[in-house]
Design a protein. Sequence first.
Length: 457
Amino acid sequence: MIFSVYVVDDEETIREGIIMALESQYRTGAFSSGEAVLEGIKESPPDLVLLDVGLPGMNGIETLQRIRDAYPDVLVIMVTAYEDIDTVVSAMKLGAYDYAVKPIHMEGLEALVHHALESIRLRKEVQILQERYLKEDLPFFIGESNAMTDVMAFVEMVAKSPDTPVLILGETGTGKELIASAIHYRSPNFSGPFVTVNCAAIPGELIESELFGYEKGAFSGASMSGKKGLIEEAANGTLFLDEIGDLSSEAQAKLLRFLETGEFYRIGSTKTTHVQTRVVSATNLILDQLMENNRFRKDLYYRLAVIKVEVPSMNARLDDIMPLAKHFLVEFSRKFGKGFTSISQEAERALLGHTWTGNVRELRNVIERAVLIGKGQELEADGLGLKEAARKDSDSTPLFHPLPPDGLDLCSLENALQIHYINEALRLALGNESKAAALLRINHHTFRYRKKKLNIA
Ligand SMILES: Nc1ncnc2c1ncn2[C@@H]1O[C@H](COP(=O)(O)OP(=O)(O)OP(=O)(O)O)[C@@H](O)[C@H]1O
Ligand SMILES: [Mg+2]
């Protein structure tokens, strides 16, 4: 980490003397007035300012005040010609980090600067650790089903090799974006940038300049100074290309070149730029179909899909429904200040019986809405607003028929009912016996016993 230090003094010899002592270790900037340094800070804030008290024009104390107000993260060390206690006290009150007295003892000043910057370094380190801790601590991925734990174990492994491109496939709302960020934060490049590009949201004519950047004057309307592209922004981190299936064919060709060589041309430039970044891409489109119709390049596909992660749809991981629902229940109860702590059995049945075409996102939205409009501690089925097929059936067909005049065989009717509902439950639970048992409000043991007794395969 290279720190930058600005030196403000109206006496050139003092200014230059300090700069000479510091410039081998820090990036430095020299200013002769309070006004000038405020301009400089506005352009690019330094880590530390060495600020003379007796400046012409805006004096040091006033300059200090302005800096502290607008840039509280910038440390200021005051330099005063005489140990004027009042000035020093008011400077410290205004938040100066420390002060030095002229004539300046260079070694002493260097030590002071070093000490001040060390405190920033520690603060920044703590910040990075904290962010990392938060990210790791986030229940970032709920997944208890076998299908999902397999995917997560794979993702964990893949994340460790920071150069390998990964393609994430799956229906809408299955958590592809979440997986992409998991790959980044679990990779050795976690402290680098994670840059998301939504290829579907950026208009076709802009996507190239967004991705590759441009030189000044590359096209009319281009900013005068030129612009870094998102690939460069993602240097030493992860570039997440979301909705990759929507990328224009020109951009596809350029992206392919970048993946092959690690280099690209900024628009309007004749020089190549080299960038090291991991490319993770995702789509809910069927790329095979796009390739058949020549809308997606096969060679690009093979570069992107060195590793392929296929995220299962909600219906292939029913075991995740309740853990996810509870997770979202807690999340939104906290967010909306509600007291929900549990989900009623009927609501659970509705959640398990619903076909989640919008996958996790749909489930999240349903719980969000239910929590927002609901009251109490237990989430009820009514609040979910899900049309439950099974319940509708029982509304239209009465559960009980009148007893036929010649009576009926109660035992075989009982068996028939049990066989019917056990099979139904198994079908809904995709063969998962404990889920099926829960749907029928019996324990797993009883379920197994009846299933065996009734000869259900
Ligand atoms: N396993 C999970 N645990 C917790 N939250 C999840 C999980 N999977 C998805 N989500 C949440 O569901 C929502 C949708 O997930 P995400 O945006 O990652 O889906 P996607 O696959 O990128 O969808 P699309 O193809 O529509 O872009 C997000 O709010 C995400 O945080
Ligand atoms: Mg997405």
